[in-house]
Design a protein around this ligand. Structure first.
Ligand code: NAP
Ligand code: MG
Length: 496
């Protein structure tokens, strides 16, 4: 949601980084620096005004789609050319790592080290798709079959609409944009309004390479206005979206008329299951790294922690000890481990999950009562551990998206599997056990697109990632993530 402003306060984003010297959108190879209105981008830790950006609307979105459509009408660039662009982007991201990391921390709030990690993760997608571009080479099927010689071609899906969230301003786009460029598509990108500066910086890098003029377009402004144009336009053949399940459903409905292909990476409600034979310290370390990354605002964040009742006391003691030492603050300060939540709405949601849990009998064993700030920034949430969580609590039913660990106990493997699967979501899951046979049973029984064993590891560019059930459709990363942006075409040629 953009809050349009006409306040006189000026900002100078180029003082943050030369990559922000043209604060605006980008259509058909040209910057769009003016709109009828502007919107503010602020540092969620300090409230500092970082930039005023133009609100683009129907006209600009249509122009972006038109230039993208024109680009895909041209001859599809060779695989070599596409891989070449991907590798150039890798190079530019690496060279500008520090500037980009600072921009991410300034607009998103996460600790600087996490921002650096996000850039490395984003680089991985451009590198992986570049390295694996050969999977798109035309394939001849052994034959003849039915009197014909058959070949399979991976054609670009066409114009693609890419809509990204605020928790990973670079990485969530990198997954999509790298695949789109690799597949030969042209993109219309709409970043989250709270974190658009990372994209502005990225486009100032993209501008330096020889991408076709309409290949990557950046549109800033109101999501519903821009979204509607993208969803309704028949020339846009695929939408790739990461964000809430609620908006995912809306995209599904609004794109129905033009029967677009959809790649939706939506919410999760990740179970984190610790069996009695697990290494407790390993599980605690993994939980802390997984849960407090990005202040708990990630779709793979452990939302329901199930610990075997025989080790529950020891596990809780070790966990609480660690959680009490975690420093919350401005992401630019070196020892900060948790930055602010993105906004008041998030703060209220996380607070509500905690108060609802306490009302239903949970115990707060780490963390203090959250105090909502009066001003519109600094939504720092105390890292919290709750025991005695129950299935009916909000914290177990919905994604908390904050630094709150909610724990319950279990007795049997069967019980753990049933509890873990008792959700409409199916994105990430985590299992801790030393029993290999159990690992295999769990992997076959858990309906989640990602399962980590004895590790809190999150997705990687080399492997497909995406949701079962209402966590979405389609995959990002891996060969599958590249094929997502292609239309396979079979050509059958008569032998004579
Ligand atoms: P959201 O509303 O789904 O926002 C994600 C993206 O969708 C942003 O770019 C947003 O743009 C855009 N958007 C919102 N409404 C739209 C519409 N009607 N048409 C087209 N685009 C639209 O997510 P949120 O409200 O920021 O967060 C709410 C919850 O979503 C979180 O608590 C979490 O559960 C979930 N979430 C999940 C992920 C994930 O990684 N899977 C990421 C973020 C949020 P604007 O910013 O301009 O509104
Ligand atoms: Mg929303």
């Amino acid at each position: 949601m953009v809050k349009k402003t006409s306040s006189k306060t000026t900002s100078n984003p180029s003082s943050i980084s030369p990559l922000l010297s043209r604060p605006g959108g980008f259509i058909g190879g040209k910057w769009v620096l003016k709109g009828e209105q502007t919107f503010d981008v602020r540092n969620p830790a300090t409230g500092e005004l970082l930039a005023k950006l133009p609100v683009m609307g129907v006209k600009e979105t249509e122009a972006a789609i038109a230039v993208a459509a024109e680009t895909v009408r041209q001859a599809t660039p060779s695989l070599e050319a596409r891989a070449g662009w991907l590798f150039k982007i890798v190079q530019l991201l690496k060279e500008n790592r520090e500037d980009l990391a600072r921009i991410i921390t300034l607009e998103q709030g996460k600790p600087l080290d996490e921002s650096r990690g996000e850039i490395d993760y984003a680089v991985g997608f451009f590198q992986f798709f570049g390295d694996n571009i050969e999977v798109l080479r035309e394939r001849r099927i052994a034959g003849p079959i039915r009197g014909c010689c058959w070949t399979v071609h991976h054609r670009p899906a066409g114009v693609v609409g890419l809509i990204t969230p605020w928790n990973f301003p670079l990485a969530m786009l990198a997954k999509k944009l790298a695949a789109a460029i690799g597949a030969g598509c042209a993109s219309v990108v709409k970043p989250a309004s709270m974190t658009p500066l990372t994209c502005v910086a990225l486009w100032s890098l993209l501008e330096r390479i020889d991408l076709p003029k309409g290949c990557a377009n950046l549109v800033l402004g109101s999501s519903s206005t821009i979204g509607e144009v993208i969803f309704r336009d028949d020339r846009v053949r695929l939408i790739s979206f990461t964000g809430s399940t609620e908006v995912g459903r809306l995209i599904f409905a609004q794109s129905a008329n033009s029967l677009k292909r959809l790649s939706l990476e939506l919410g999760g409600n990740a179970p984190f299951i610790v069996f009695d034979d697990a290494a407790i310290e390993q599980a605690v370390n993994a939980l802390i790294a997984n849960k407090f990354r990005c202040a708990g605002q990630t779709c793979v964040s452990a939302n329901r922690v199930y610990v075997h009742r025989d080790i529950h006391a020891a596990f809780t003691e070790a966990l609480v000890e660690r959680v009490k030492q975690i420093k919350v603050g401005n992401g630019l300060e070196p020892d900060t481990k948790i930055g602010p939540l993105i906004n008041r709405e998030s703060f209220r949601k996380v607070s509500k999950h905690v108060s609802d849990a306490l009302r239903h009998g949970a115990k707060r064993v780490a963390g203090t009562a959250p105090v909502e700030p009066k001003q519109d920034w600094g939504f720092f949430f105390p890292p919290t551990v709750l025991t005695g969580a129950k299935p009916e609590m909000l914290a177990f039913r919905e994604e908390t998206f904050g630094p709150v660990i909610s724990m319950a106990t279990f007795r049997t493997e069967k019980e753990a599997i049933a509890a873990a699967n008792s959700t409409q979501y199916g994105l990430a899951s985590f299992v801790f056990t030393k029993d290999q046979a159990r690992v295999e049973r769990m992997a076959a029984s858990l309906y989640f697109g990602h399962m980590a064993v004895n590790s809190g590891v999150s997705p990687t560019p080399e492997a497909p990632f995406g949701g079962f059930k209402q966590s979405g459709m389609g995959r990002e990363g891996g060969i599958e993530g590249l094929l997502e942006f292609c239309e396979p075409q079979s050509v059958a040629m008569a032998n004579d």
